[in-house]
Write a protein that binds this ligand. Structure first.
Ligand SMILES: Nc1ncnc2c1ncn2[C@@H]1O[C@H](COP(=O)(O)OP(=O)(O)O)[C@@H](O)[C@H]1O
Ligand SMILES: Cc1cn([C@H]2C[C@H](O)[C@@H](COP(=O)(O)OP(=O)(O)O)O2)c(=O)[nH]c1=O
Length: 209
């Protein structure tokens, strides 16, 4: 049995996280590695119910503080019910967004102190961090074009934020990667889907049998 691994995929809207979470799992499955693909907010029944509260409604439905608490509660349930048991059983978990999204959206872009977000995570989830965090990077305009081609006029509470908010989010992820090079890898998300998948596989190649 291979050792379980926990990988998070991060980045702003439209960079290709959801597409690549599945594509990376397929590529790893071809190498004999069993993966669980999941997402945040969500991934367990309780966390998906919280997702419904977070994603729908007016942009100002929740304050950044209330949002941070809801994300932390959803994450706690997701880890207990899905992530932790899967990794313990030797599977790899690929999670589309995780803690660093809270640090970027509610933290850097929303104004909440990073230490406070990490303290909530310590309380809710015993501080569990991914073994590796792969941040997909794309020029802001290209990410916006991909997201609007996908969503058209339909937007959730986060897609409705302005350009500056999304720029701050993208800059935040780059900042985290610079600060914690052991956990993070920046992955160029330009080019074809296959090109990006190849880069992601290369970023975990040291774990492959
Ligand atoms: N490499 C790529 N080149 C062009 N379009 C892509 C690429 N990867 C994903 N897309 C498309 O861009 C849109 C956003 O991708 P998605 O995976 O939903 O991004 P995210 O989960 O990061 O918001 C989707 O319509 C998807 O099919
Ligand atoms: C996990 C997480 C997501 N979010 C936001 C980012 C996204 O806009 C939204 C999730 O939307 P989703 O549609 O899953 O992602 P994407 O837009 O990347 O395809 O929730 C936070 O603000 N904080 C968090 O901790």
């Amino acid at each position: 049995m291979t050792a379980g691994r926990f990988i998070s995929l991060e980045g702003g809207e439209g960079v290709g996280k959801s597409t690549q979470a599945r594509a990376l799992a397929d590529a790893l499955a071809r190498r004999g590695i069993e993966c669980e693909v999941t997402r945040e907010p969500g991934g367990s029944a309780g966390a998906e119910a919280i997702r419904g509260l977070l994603m729908a409604g007016a942009v100002d439905r929740w304050s950044p503080h209330a949002e941070a608490l809801l994300f932390a509660a959803a994450r706690s349930d997701h880890i207990d019910r899905l992530i932790h048991p899967a990794v313990e059983a030797g599977r790899w978990v690929i999670c589309d967004r995780f803690l660093d999204s809270t640090r970027a959206y509610q933290g850097v872009a929303g104004g909440i102190d990073d230490g406070a977000i990490l303290a909530l995570h310590a309380f809710g989830s015993r501080g569990l961090l991914p073994d590796r965090t792969l941040v997909l990077t794309l020029p802001d305009e290209e990410a916006a074009a991909r997201a609007s081609a996908r969503d058209g006029a339909a937007n959730d509470r986060f897609g409705l934020r302005d350009e500056n908010f999304h720029r701050a989010v993208n800059a935040a992820f780059r900042g985290f990667a610079e600060a914690e090079p052991d956990r993070f890898r920046l992955i160029d998300a330009t080019g074809s889907k296959q090109d990006v998948t190849d880069r992601l596989v290369a970023a975990v190649a040291d774990w492959l049998p």
